[in-house]
Design a protein around this ligand. Sequence first.
Ligand code: ZN
Length: 179
Amino acid sequence: MSAGLPQHIDVRRFAELERRLEGEISPQDCPRLSQAIKASEGPILVALDFEKQSGGRSVVSGNIHGRVVLDCQRCLEPVSIDLQCDVSLGIVDSETEAELLPDDLDPLIAGDEIDLRELIEDELLLALPIVPVHDQCDPPAALSGEGHDAELPERENPFAVLASLKKDTRPSGDEDEFE
Ligand SMILES: [Zn+2]
């Protein structure tokens, strides 16, 4: 585990002690994340606060931030994506308890210890865009055009073409009752 971050932590104990964890972790240490991305840009920065709320519930809040490279799904070129995860977790023992959490807390079902790296990785994976694209992306088809003059001519309405054909084949002198 990288700078300042333990790998396994007792979340409830951390909450009781109101600990703050700050540090960074290398994306290479996150095998599932590494698989899901093309490359990473710099370390993942982590800042997490543990606290015990007045009702006795242990919570983890903070931020996980990393920058990764994915394939743009429009142009297929690499696109750099900022992953910002706002963490707001309520620590619970079970699914049943998880359902009782208020809406602003996501459940973290935990035993005595959790693997901090797993937690960080889960949050980052959730923050990955389903369809990564550049903010302003010109697909290759548009790039291969010859500037603004290469705009496609407006397509003729096929029905208009049909109508003009009809008109041409119509014997001249006929009453124009179709117009
Ligand atoms: Zn793109």
